[in-house]
Design a binder for this molecule. Structure first.
Ligand code: NOJ
Length: 449
C-alpha cells in the first residue's frame, strides 16, 4: 500500500511516553452471543425486542471477533498500534452474573490476552462496557443496591484470572451515557425509564466504580487503574442569563455528576438541584465510599453541545440544539464536527486533581465507500488529525494528557444505531466479515511507524 502523508504531524511531538491505542467493546464486536456457555446480557435481550434498534439490526454475530480475534490482532499489529482496549463480557465468564464461573469464557479472554502479548500489544481491559448479565437485570440490575456486590464479585474473578498478565484496567465505561440512555430515556438496554430508576442506577454505578477499583487494587497492587467518562464541551446558545444558566446545568449533568463523587467532591447538587433526590438512596458512609484514587481517568469526547434554556424539559430546564438545526457539519451520528471541543475538555478536566488523563475514545462515523478494494475515508482521517492537533495545542499550553485511543478498530455494532454508523479504522463487510484497512487506518499506521 502507498504511504500516506504524515509530514505535518509527528508522533514524536506528543512525547516518548504518550500512549497510542485503539478501543473496542465486547458486545459491539464479539458476536457468539450464546457460544460456549455464555449467558444472556441486557443487550442480547434488548436487541431481540422489536423496534429497539435501527433497521432491526442485532449483534448475534457483530464482527465475529469471538472467532476472528487472531486475524484482528494481526491487523492491530499491522497498523503499528501498541495498545488495545477491549471489554470483558460479564455474562460470558459468569453466565448468571454471580458464581459459578464459566471456564470457557475465561479461556477465551486468556487466548486474547496471550495473543496480544505475543504480538507485543499491551492489553487494556474495560470491566463494564454496558452488557449487564440479564439474570441480574431481572433482580433490578443497577437499580438494585446489591449490584455493587455483584460487580465486585465479577471484578474479583477478572482480577484473579487475568491480573497476572494485564496491567491496565478501566472499571466502568461512560456511566453517564448508559444510565441516562438505559435507565432514564429507555433508548438503550435495559430500556428502563424515569428519574427514580436513573438516580438509583447513578448512585449504585458510582459506588460500584469505587468498590470495583478497590477490589482491583487489593488483588493486583501494581495495576494501572482507571475508569472512563464521556464528556463534551458545552456552550450556551446565546449570552442571555437563562441560556448561560441552562448551559451550566447541562455541563453539571454531562461533565461533573459522575466524576466529582469519584474524585471525593460529592455529587454537584448545588448546581443541579434534581440531584438532591439522590439523598433518598445515599446511606450512611456512602459518600466516603464513593471516592477512589485512580491512576488515570479516561476521557471520551466526540463533539460539543450548544444549550438553550427550555421550560419544557423536566429536571434540567434545557435543550440541546442539534448540529442539524445549527446547520453545521456533522457525522453520521448527527454530532457536530468540532475539534476544539477536545482542547476545551482537556483544559476543563485539568482543573481537577487527576493523576493522568488519557483520551480513551475519539473518532467519527462517516459513510464509507468501498471502491476497487480501497476505502477513502478522508473525513475520518481529517477528523482524527484535527483532534490530534487540539491535543498538541493543549499539551503545548501545559495541560496534562497522556494518551489517545481511537474509537474504533473495526466498524461495529453502534448500539441503538445498529451497523450504519461506521467508526472503524478498518472497514467490515458484515455479510462476508471481510476486513479492509481504510485510508484513516493507513494514515494512523504510518503516523505510528
Ligand atoms: C462511546 C461508547 O463507549 C462506545 O461504545 C460507542 O460506540 C462510542 N462512544 C461511539 O458512540
Amino acid at each position: 500500500m502507498n504511504k500516506v502523508d504524515t509530514s505535518f504531524l509527528h508522533k514524536d511531538q506528543f512525547g516518548q511516553d504518550f500512549l497510542w491505542g485503539v478501543s473496542t467493546a465486547a458486545f459491539q464486536i464479539e458476536g457468539a452471543h450464546d457460544a460456549d456457555g455464555k449467558g444472556s446480557s441486557i443487550w442480547d435481550v434488548f436487541t431481540s425486542q422489536k423496534g429497539k434498534i435501527k433497521n432491526g439490526h442485532h449483534a448475534l454475530t457483530a464482527c465475529d471477533f469471538y472467532n476472528s480475534y487472531q486475524n484482528d490482532i494481526d491487523l492491530i499489529n499491522e497498523l503499528n498500534i501498541p495498545n488495545f482496549r477491549f471489554s470483558i463480557s460479564w455474562s460470558r465468564i459468569m453466565p448468571t452474573g454471580t458464581h459459578p464461573v464459566n471456564q470457557a469464557g475465561i479461556d477465551y479472554y486468556n487466548k486474547i490476552i496471550d495473543s496480544l502479548l505475543a504480538s507485543g500489544i499491551e492489553p487494556w481491559i474495560t470491566l463494564y462496557h454496558w452488557d449487564l448479565p440479564h439474570d441480574l437485570e431481572v433482580k433490578g440490575g443497577w437499580t438494585n443496591r446489591e449490584s455493587v456486590k455483584w460487580f465486585s464479585e465479577y471484578v474479583e474473578v477478572c482480577a484473579q484470572n487475568f491480573g497476572d498478565r494485564v496491567k491496565n484496567w478501566m472499571v466502568i465505561n461512560e456511566p453517564s451515557v448508559f444510565t441516562g440512555a438505559g435507565y432514564f430515556l429507555g433508548i438503550h438496554a435495559p430500556g428502563k425509564k424515569g428519574i427514580t430508576n436513573y438516580l438509583k442506577a447513578m448512585h449504585h454505578v458510582t459506588l460500584a466504580t469505587a468498590s470495583g477499583a478497590k477490589t482491583l487494587r487489593k488483588l493486583i497492587p501494581e495495576a494501572n487503574i482507571g475508569t472512563t467518562f464521556s464528556c463534551t464541551h458545552i456552550e450556551p446558545f446565546s449570552q442571555t442569563p437563562k441560556d448561560i444558566e441552562a448551559a451550566k446545568r447541562v455541563d453539571t449533568l454531562l461533565n461533573r455528576t459522575f466524576i466529582e463523587p469519584i474524585l471525593g467532591l460529592g455529587y454537584p447538587q448545588a448546581d443541579l438541584p434534581v440531584l438532591k433526590k439522590l439523598n433518598n438512596y445515599i446511606l450512611e458512609d456512602d459518600l466516603n465510599n464513593l471516592a477512589f484514587d485512580f491512576d488515570f481517568i479516561g476521557l471520551q469526547c466526540y463533539t460539543r453541545e450548544v444549550v438553550k434554556s427550555s421550560l419544557l424539559i423536566p429536571y434540567i430546564g434545557a435543550e440541546l440544539i442539534s448540529a442539524e438545526k445549527r446547520n453545521v457539519i456533522a457525522t453520521d451520528m448527527g454530532w457536530e464536527v468540532y475539534p476544539p471541543a477536545l482542547y476545551h475538555v482537556l483544559k476543563k478536566f485539568n482543573s481537577y486533581n487527576i493523576k493522568k488523563i488519557i483520551i480513551t475514545e475519539n473518532g467519527a462515523a462517516f459513510p464509507d465507500v468501498l471502491q476497487n478494494g480501497k476505502v477513502y475515508d478522508i473525513k475520518r482521517t481529517h477528523y482524527i488529525q484535527d483532534h490530534l492537533e487540539q491535543i498538541l495545542k493543549a499539551k503545548k499550553e501545559g495541560y496534562n494528557v497522556d494518551g489517545y485511543f481511537v474509537w474504533s478498530l473495526t466498524d461495529n455494532f453502534e448500539w441503538a444505531e445498529g451497523y450504519n454508523a461506521r467508526f472503524g479504522l478498518i472497514h467490515v463487510d458484515f455479510d462476508t466479515q471481510q476486513r479492509t484497512i481504510k485510508h484513516s487506518g493507513l494514515w494512523f499506521r504510518d503516523f505510528l511507524s
